[in-house]
Design a protein around this ligand. Sequence first.
Ligand code: NAD
Ligand code: ZN
Length: 363
Amino acid sequence: MIARSEAGREVNRSLGYPIVVGAGLTGELRRWFADNGGCAAVLADAHPPVAARAAELARALGAPLVTFHLGEARKRLTTLEVVLERLHALGLDRRATVVGVGGGVASDLFGLAAALYMRGIGYVHVATSLVAMVDAAIGGKTGVNLSVGKNLAGGFRDPRAVFCDLDALWTLPRRALREGLAEVVKAGVIEGGAYFEMLETLAPHRFSRWPWFEVVTGAIGIKAAIVADDRDEAGVRELLNLGHTFAHGIEAASGWRVSHGAAVALGLRAAGLLALRTHRWTARDHVRLLGLLALLGMPLRTHQQPRAVYAAMRGDKKRRDGKLRFVLPRAIGDVEAGFAASPAMVLEVLERLRRPPEAIERP
Ligand SMILES: NC(=O)c1ccc[n+]([C@@H]2O[C@H](COP(=O)([O-])OP(=O)(O)OC[C@H]3O[C@@H](n4cnc5c(N)ncnc54)[C@H](O)[C@@H]3O)[C@@H](O)[C@H]2O)c1
Ligand SMILES: [Zn+2]
C-alpha cells in the first residue's frame, strides 16, 4: 500500500539529474525550485485527474498553469507548435524552467517543446502514469509522431529533474497501469534476481497492496543504468528493446488497436520463443516468464496474420541493413542484442503466437 505520508526520496542520480519518487511531492518540488531558480510555468495534460494535480502544484509554485488536450493522436508537430506559442505568450525567456505534468505523451511532447523553445529552456517532468515513471520520463528521449509512424521526430534532451508522484497511480485507469507493467516485466527480465522474484511474489495480489515505491524505483534503476552507459543509443541501450521489434509489428498490423503494453507482453512471449528455437534459453525460464505475464492479466495470444505482422515489423525504424535484429533472453536476468533471425524463423514464431501459450503452470 502506498503510505500517504511517504515522503519523496531521490532514488537515482546516475543520469546526472535527480529522479525523485514518492507520494505527493508538492513540497519536494517547491524545495527543488527554491534551490534551482523559480518555475516559469506548469504545462499539463488537460485530462481532469492530471490537471487537478497540476493546478495544485502551480498554486504551490506560484506559477501559471497551461493545460493541453493530449493523447497519442495529439502527439504531433501541430500540438508542439501550439505549446511553443503558449510559452512565448507567457513571456518566457531562455533562462526559464518549466514543469510538465502527465504521462508519457506529456513527457515526450513537453520535453521536446522545452528543448526547442529559444533553442532550449529547462525542463522538469512530473510523471503521473506508470509508463512515464518507469520508461518515458527516464533517459532524455523526446519526440512526436508523424503521419507515417510513431516517434519519428524528436531529440535527446535531459530534463533537469524528474519527479514520480506515486499518489497519481490511484487515479490511473487499470488499462494504463497494465501498459506500464509490461515495461516493468521487461525490466524484470533484463535484471532478473530479486527484482523479478518480487514481481512474481506480487503478481497474485491486488495492485492496491503493491509496494509501488520499490516497484517503480527498481525499474528506474534498471533503465537508468543501461541508459547511463549509452546515452545516444549506439549500443547497450538496445537491450531495452526486448520484445519491442515484435511489439511494434503487432501494434502496427492491428492498426494500433492492440495497445503498446499488450503488444509488449506478446513480444516478450515471441522473444522467448525465438530464444527457445535458437537454444538460447530454457523452457523453464520461458514458462516462468509466461507465468508472470499471465498472473498480471497480460495477453499471450493473438489471432493476427503472421505475414501482416512480419510486413509491419520490416517497416520498423530499428531495422539495420535490411535485416530484422532481435534482443533475446538467455536467462531471466541475461539478455543479448543483435540476433538477426531469418524470415522463416520469425514467421514460425508469429504462427506460434496464434496458439495457446506454452504450458504456464509453474515448473
Ligand atoms: N521517450 C521515451 O523513452 C518513451 C518511452 C516509453 C513510452 N514513451 C511514450 O509514452 C507514451 C505512452 O505513455 P502513457 O501510457 O503514459 O500515455 P499518456 O500520457 O497518453 O497517458 C495515458 C492516459 O492516462 C491518462 N493519465 C495520465 N496520468 C494519469 C493519472 N495519474 N490519472 C488518470 N489518468 C492519467 C492520460 O491523460 C491518458 O489518457 C507514448 O506516446 C510513447 O511513445 C516514450
Ligand atoms: Zn515500450
